[in-house]
Design a protein around this ligand. Structure first.
Ligand code: ZN
Ligand code: ZN
Length: 185
């Protein structure tokens, strides 16, 4: 793949493994990755009835902060994201677009009452970033459970899949990306 990708850490989120995430995403996608700080008005996205943040609204905020139209951006946040029809989302993206969003909130083992596991958290975050970038490249969900474009309903699904696009998805990457009106998660 060609192109450049910004990883935009939202509102001071600064995990100590940010550098490793950038390096591993860079090698998984063969895209040049640049970390940036992203200041968003996240209070505006908070839904007090759910205690969560509206993912679609935050995605629009990420898009407005794209530093260069010839690049892509993935917002990285630690707050819990939702879209109205789902309990939560791990992330969301513009189909065939330039912006995406990933939350580490439910990727942390601590969320499930387990001890923290930093290598596992980095691995899960890499996969979710690659997945959302795949949507910006026009890919939809893939039935192959080992393909990074497989839809993860539970965090165990994230652990099961690889960081790679399967052969079929890889083949679709060379075709013109469909531009969708929906923002897949
Ligand atoms: Zn696939
Ligand atoms: Zn998806």
């Amino acid at each position: 793949m060609t192109g450049a990708l910004h990883l935009g850490f939202v509102n001071g989120y600064s995990p100590r493994w940010a550098g490793r995430l950038g390096a591993e995403v860079e090698s998984a996608l063969s895209m040049r990755v640049t970390p940036i700080e992203l200041d968003l008005d996240i209070d505006a996205y908070y839904a007090s009835d759910r205690g969560q943040f509206n993912s679609t609204m935050m995605l629009a905020g990420v898009l407005r902060r794209l530093p260069d139209p010839a690049t892509r951006i993935v917002g990285i946040t630690h707050v819990d994201l939702f879209i109205p029809v789902l309990t939560f989302v791990f992330g969301q993206a513009q189909l065939g677009g330039v912006a995406a969003l990933v939350s580490t909130y439910r990727l942390r083992r601590e969320f499930y009452g387990l001890p923290a596991d930093e290598p596992n958290l980095v691995d899960r975050t890499v996969k979710e970033v690659v997945h959302e970038v795949g949507h910006t490249l026009g890919l939809v969900h893939c039935p192959d459970y080992s393909c990074v474009m497989h839809a993860a309903t539970y965090v165990e699904d994230v652990d099961l899949k690889s960081r790679r696009f399967c052969r079929e998805c890889q083949g679709l990457l060379s075709e013109p990306a469909p531009v969708g009106r929906a923002n897949p998660y």
